[in-house]
Design a protein. Sequence first.
Length: 179
Amino acid sequence: MILILSVEGIFPSGRITFITAILVLYEDILKYMKAALYEAELAYNSGEIPIGAVVVKDGRIIGRGHNRSEALKDPTAHAEIISITAASNSVDDKYLDDCSIFITVEPCIMCAGAILLSRIKNLYFGAFEPKYGACGSLHNLIENNVYNRKINVISGIMEEECGSLLKKFFVERRTTDQE
Ligand SMILES: [Zn+2]
């Protein structure tokens, strides 16, 4: 439903064009979320909490990242921060207007703050994060932001795949801790 609203103004010419546009748009969204999920798998394979993100501008991925907090011994090395830094380097600008970010899991407060400061336009995420999520779960920093900035938030994209990778990681970690 959110997707339909987002393209309504762009394709007002006819029902078929309108539906085709939704399908193409949704196909693109899945493509980028799969790229984010690939990043999450890289994190998983390195023993990191499996979260991945990509930043997209004009149909091109300009920044990729996955959680590297353990490897870098850095609590700020989240997928979103790494992908935003890469994207900013790529466009040589601290602002990412007209960019979208795709994240496998709902961002935390730090990453939601970084997304706001980066001026990213659209935020897509997969699974909700009830403990730390700052986009509707624990907080709603993006939609109720103090900067009066409009960022479109679309949640639940490939929710099952994104969430199950995270669950698998924590189940395995608990089992290892008990051994
Ligand atoms: Zn974060």
